[in-house]
Design a protein around this ligand. Sequence first.
Ligand SMILES: [Zn+2]
Ligand SMILES: [Zn+2]
Ligand SMILES: [Zn+2]
Length: 156
Amino acid sequence: MVHTHDHKICINTALIEAERLCNQRGTRFTELRKQILEMVWQGHKAVKAYDLLDQLASKGGSAKPPTVYRALDFLMEEGLVHKIQSLNAYVGCPHPGKNHVSQFLICDGCENVNEVGSIELDHALASASENAKFQVKRQTIELHGLCFECQKRSAD
Ligand SMILES: [Zn+2]
Ligand SMILES: [Zn+2]
Ligand SMILES: [Zn+2]
């Protein structure tokens, strides 16, 4: 699916939704934050912070690393992007504003990241940690493998 669709729609939807949520919450969707969100959404691959810095610099921007990290922190707090820990990179959230659980399917072929949300898995983990009297601070579920498109391509 991620290989054959009009990605402009993904980008536009993400930007409009981000603007709407920030207005609603009274948080500031500044030009830089918007620019960075748009760059994260240039595809469905996870994007690294230094790639964002390179791109900003090539556009003549003068954003320093801390500025970019702060913008990314903001976007994460607002639920507009997620951090992929195993890649130390960021992806746009396709359904921000909704309370959701996420697990990530990461393709090692095309590097696309697909966000899925299994409530059952979330419940199972919650009760397992509760039984162990373990206080969860951060939950990261990232699966690496090959997406359907890449499986087909490697079978050719
Ligand atoms: Zn897309
Ligand atoms: Zn999400
Ligand atoms: Zn793939």
